[in-house]
Write a protein that binds this ligand. Structure first.
Ligand code: PDD
Length: 282
């Protein structure tokens, strides 16, 4: 099926949506993006995505012309035009089209593109992932969700070539995050450990929701960096993202996490998160 794509004010068939070769997103990766999950035709954690989009834009000295209501309306119209029940909405804003120059151009209209991807999230039990560790080669403002994703892509390919599902990124002996997710372990006393927010990681929308739900469940949370060795010896490990929700990790660099099966806490958090998302999606 030909999708309908949104580009700079218009909804058009996907093969008619075109961006200039001079677009700064293409030439400089000068743009930011969001990926919002759609469940039952509605948007999950939408407010958090809009907040983060605005934060990312601010980080690059940009602002968005569209406010929350306009963005929600565009997302809803795109979902409806594509008849999407389950999947994601991808949104990208770039600084726009300008002759190639490292300085930011002045008075240029931004490029805004949005498209849907159908995806059948397994909302039941999922199999645990095997991950490898790779050095985190990304830049130092990982809190900004930019479209410069080559390091993440290289890490995913390294995992694929090793016959594994994904990679965890490591810097100074500590896990920063997954290639496109936040990373967590559960210690033997049941504490959820995940790296504290800083410029080293992306502040995940799913992370925020899951930590809130975990607190409501009276689970202990420790936001701090953890080492790969700690992760391999943990009781449980998992990742969160708008596309993985809450997904167990059962093997790290060839070593089973606990008995190599998805843990109880991650199972419960996944269930609660999906249930809550269905209730609160807009
Ligand atoms: N990625 N960390 C990184 C580096 C990410 O790319 C993502 C999401 C996350 C989790 O953020 P959230 O919970 O808001 O999805 C953390 C999206 C899904 C992607 O690039 O496809």
């Amino acid at each position: 099926m030909r999708r309908t794509v949104y580009i700079n004010g218009s909804f058009v068939p996907e093969d008619e949506a075109k961006v200039s070769v001079f677009d700064r997103g293409f030439l400089f990766a000068d743009g930011v993006y969001e990926v919002t999950a759609v469940l039952d035709g509605r948007l999950v954690d939408f407010d958090s995505h809009v907040d983060r989009l605005n934060r990312s834009l601010t980080g690059l000295g940009m602002t968005m012309d569209l406010n929350y209501a306009a963005l929600l309306d565009l997302h809803r119209r795109l979902v409806s035009r594509n008849g999407l029940r389950e999947g994601v909405v991808y949104l990208q804003v770039t600084r726009g089209e300008a002759d190639r120059d490292f300085h930011y151009p002045v008075g240029v209209a931004q490029t805004l593109v949005m498209f849907t991807q159908e995806k059948h999230f397994s909302t039941e039990t999922v199999k645990g992932l095997s991950v490898i560790s790779v050095p985190d080669l990304r830049w130092q403002r990982r809190d900004i969700k930019t479209v410069q994703l080559l390091a993440a892509s290289m890490a995913k390919m390294a995992a694929k070539e090793a016959g594994k599902d994904d990679a965890w990124l490591v810097e100074d002996g500590h896990v920063t995050e997954g290639t496109s997710s936040n990373a967590y372990i559960v210690t033997n006393d049941g504490t959820i450990v995940t790296r504290n927010l800083s410029t080293s990681i992306l502040p995940g929308t799913t992370r925020a929701a899951v930590l809130r739900l975990a607190t409501e469940q009276q689970l202990k949370i420790d936001e701090r960096p953890f080492t790969l060795q700690e992760a391999q010896q943990a009781a449980e490990a998992f990742i969160t993202s708008a596309t993985a929700f809450v997904t167990p990790v059962v093997e790290i660099d060839g070593m089973a996490v606990a008995d190599g099966r998805p843990g109880q806490i991650v199972g419960r958090l996944r269930e609660i998160y999906i249930e809550e998302s269905r209730k609160t999606a807009v």
